[in-house]
Design a protein around this ligand. Structure first.
Ligand code: DGL
Length: 272
């Protein structure tokens, strides 16, 4: 049996949106310890250049490695889109991103083969979802759109605000006109907008939530790698770290998770 299996799973994101992934992982693997890092001092990554995203990702990853994690989940779509190959190459633990599980779930969900993808500017620019989906099935058609206003709306707590619905109508109208039957929510923040997205997209469009699909993928891969702690009797502990002040963390965490969690600690990231 691998000694590593008792170590925590690391999860990081550009900010706190990745808590949706942490929650999904915790629900699915309740006995696993988790170490969460949100780079709140430098969020958002979604409008940064690829080189900057990769550099930040390496620093986030190194922080988690210093905490002795057995595997790392990249909750951030933007990082998953640009930095995964570099992280896999530079660090000696399994690294899981959100793009591949999202692509698989989209293909499983679609009936008509018309898939919409919404994400940050950087993720759309990378075409990571298009490539991952088309590599598995080149008969489907994909329409992708960057929705840069959605992250600030969520950060502002305007998930149920009429402005959120208007902005979504604007962003989603070309996708809906094109008659998509599946919509990939390709950003950590979008799952908390699900209610408004459903209202705009209607009941016929299936929503692929990167948090849930990623958690299932991680469980499957950790099981395969014999890295799941199946013998632990106690509940897993979630330790959280942020790079900016912790004051807003609890508020945010509650908004993203719908529940209270243990307060975060502020940390400096190692330079790599
Ligand atoms: N975490 C980012 C993502 O999933 C959204 C926030 C940001 O732009 O940093 O792409």
């Amino acid at each position: 049996m691998s000694a590593d299996l008792h170590l925590p799973i690391g999860i990081f994101d550009s900010g706190l949106g990745g808590l949706t992934v942490a929650r999904a992982v915790h629900r699915l693997m309740p006995r696993e310890d988790l170490v969460y890092l949100g780079d709140t001092a430098r969020v958002p990554y979604g409008n940064k250049s690829p080189a900057t995203v990769v550099r930040f990702a390496c620093e986030d990853m190194q922080f988690l490695m210093n905490h002795g994690v057995k595997a790392v989940v990249v909750a951030c779509n933007t990082v998953s889109a640009w930095a995964l190959p570099t992280l896999e190459q530079r660090f000696q633990v399994p690294v899981f991103g959100v793009i591949l599980p999202g692509a698989r779930a989209a293909l499983a969900a679609t009936r008509s083969g018309r898939i919409g993808v919404i994400a940050t500017n950087a993720t759309i620019r990378s075409q990571a979802y298009n490539k991952a989906i088309l590599a598995r099935d080149d008969t489907v058609r994909i329409i992708a759109r960057a929705c840069p206003l959605l992250v600030p709306l969520v950060e502002e707590g305007w998930m149920d605000h009429p402005v959120a619905v208007s902005v979504l109508r604007e962003y989603l109208s070309p996708l809906l006109k094109w008659d998509i039957d599946t919509l990939v929510l390709g950003c950590t923040h979008y799952p908390v907008l699900k209610k408004a997205i459903r209202e705009v997209a209607g009941p016929r469009v299936r929503l692929v939530d990167s948090a849930d699909t990623c958690a299932e993928f991680v469980k499957e891969r950790l099981g395969y790698l014999k890295l799941l702690d199946t013998r632990r009797r106690r509940a897993g502990v979630i330790e959280s770290f942020v790079t900016d002040e912790v004051e807003r963390f609890e508020d945010f965490a509650e908004r993203f998770l719908g529940e209270k969690i243990v307060p975060a600690r502020k940390v400096e990231l190692p330079s790599v």
